[in-house]
Write a protein that binds this ligand. Structure first.
Ligand code: GDP
Ligand code: MN
Length: 381
């Protein structure tokens, strides 16, 4: 789970990492009040969970209330990489002498924490890794020994930094390391870590992503996890208890298992484009499949739906009743193709057919998707 910048900054501050004065605004009036308390100039930062906000227009610097009003209105009514802006962080504008980078993540090979630092901050670290790898230094931490400050000092010396900066920066590395351990972070990152004209350091941005598997162990004063899902369809999927991933195609997909769903998605992708991935898991009921239909149909410009369900622990005949009830109540006109095999398959086929669903009785998913493709091609021709 990735935290918002303002949430991560609060945690950084509690752990004695220097951060700017700031407040969170939900309205333009809030923003004006907060900026008045901080003093101009301030930086307005859209609180959306994507990287590269700056380049996407999510960060604006303003020097008086008129400018602020205009900038805040435009941020609240805009979308940053497809996400609407519900909150704006109003920050004191920090003077920048130099931007540095530091991040702590888990090395995928060793499974151990790795601390990365770079003298090139404020830009994408992936780019620096490609163009000037000598500007990035890394240390791997053995968690059974933990972190020692000399490790950070050695690391920073390797980058050729001044002693004063090495001392202050290695303190911050230690603090960020403690945060990453306490919050079981997959990523804890400060980009940029700013060197101010007086030589002091301050974290201007904050990224903290917590391992989902650790969430039950960590006490976070944050809203419910469902509310944090930005995509409304994915949020709805979580609410009804299915796994839903929104994609940008136009063929809806409902499957009863992850493997079946991924195979369907890949085969659809050969000639068409899946609109989503949806997997019900083992709890199919008529009501659940009714809700799945409702969810998939929320997608604008959907051309067809492919249903791929297996009757093992799932009562697929019950599921079919829910699909057909939805079709009849909402007078669905787009083609729906279903492959349903397993326990009570014949009964399931009859129910599907009663709702006008094209039933494919062959076992191969390729055949069923080919049928869907033919139906759509026929409609166009
Ligand atoms: P990101 O694009 O989502 O990573 O957003 P950041 O918070 O990292 O800001 C992007 C860039 O905006 C930074 O690298 C800075 O160059 C600039 N910026 C952000 N906050 C400030 C600030 O307080 N003062 C100044 N001068 N620049 C800032
Ligand atoms: Mn940043």
């Amino acid at each position: 789970m990735r935290l918002h910048e303002y949430e991560a900054l609060d945690i950084f501050e509690q752990n004695r990492i220097p951060v700017p004065r700031r407040g969170v605004a939900e309205t333009v009036d809030d923003a004006i009040r907060i900026a008045g308390e901080i003093g101009y100039p301030v930086v307005l930062k859209a609180q959306v969970l994507v990287g590269g906000r700056g380049l996407a227009g999510g960060i604006k610097s303003v020097s008086n209330p008129d400018e602020l009003e205009e900038a805040a209105e435009s941020l609240f009514s805009s979308e940053i990489k497809g996400l609407s802006v519900r909150k704006i962080l109003v920050c004191e504008k920090v003077d920048i002498a130099k931007e540095l980078y530091m991040g702590i993540t888990i090395d995928g090979y060793s499974g151990q924490p790795v601390i990365l630092v770079s003298t090139e901050g404020g830009v994408l670290i992936e780019e620096t890794a490609k163009t000037s790898p000598e500007k990035i230094a890394a240390i791997h931490i053995d968690p059974s020994f933990g972190y020692y400050p000399y490790q950070a000092r050695t690391l920073l010396r390797r980058l050729g930094l001044q002693q004063q900066l090495i001392t202050t920066w290695s303190d911050i590395i230690g603090q960020l390391y403690n945060i990453s351990v306490r919050y079981e972070a997959l990523i804890a990152e400060i980009n940029p870590l700013v060197v101010m004209p007086n030589g002091g350091l301050i974290a201007v941005d904050a990224v903290l992503e917590i391992d989902d598997s650790a969430l039950s162990r960590i006490r976070l004063p944050l809203p419910d996890r469902i509310e944090r899902i930005e995509n409304p369809l994915e949020r709805r999927g979580r609410e009804i208890g299915v796994t839903y991933v929104d994609l940008d195609g136009d063929i809806g997909l409902i499957s009863s298992g992850a493997g079946l769903g991924m195979a369907s998605m890949d085969i659809i992708g050969q000639k068409m484009r899946p609109a989503n991935f949806l997997e019900t898991g083992g709890g199919i009921t008529a009501d659940l499949l009714y809700k799945c239909m409702e969810l998939v149909m929320m997608k604008p410009d959907l051309k067809a739906i492919f249903i791929n369900v297996y009757g093992g622990i799932n009562p697929i005949h019950e599921g079919a009743k829910g699909v057909v009830r939805y079709i009849k109540e909402h007078n669905v006109k787009i083609p729906i193709v279903a492959k349903a095999l397993g326990n009570r398959q014949e009964e399931t086929w009859e129910i599907f057919r009663s709702g006008g669903v094209h039933v494919v009785t062959e076992a191969a998913t390729e055949k069923a998707i080919e049928k869907l493709y033919e139906i759509l091609s026929g409609q166009r021709g």
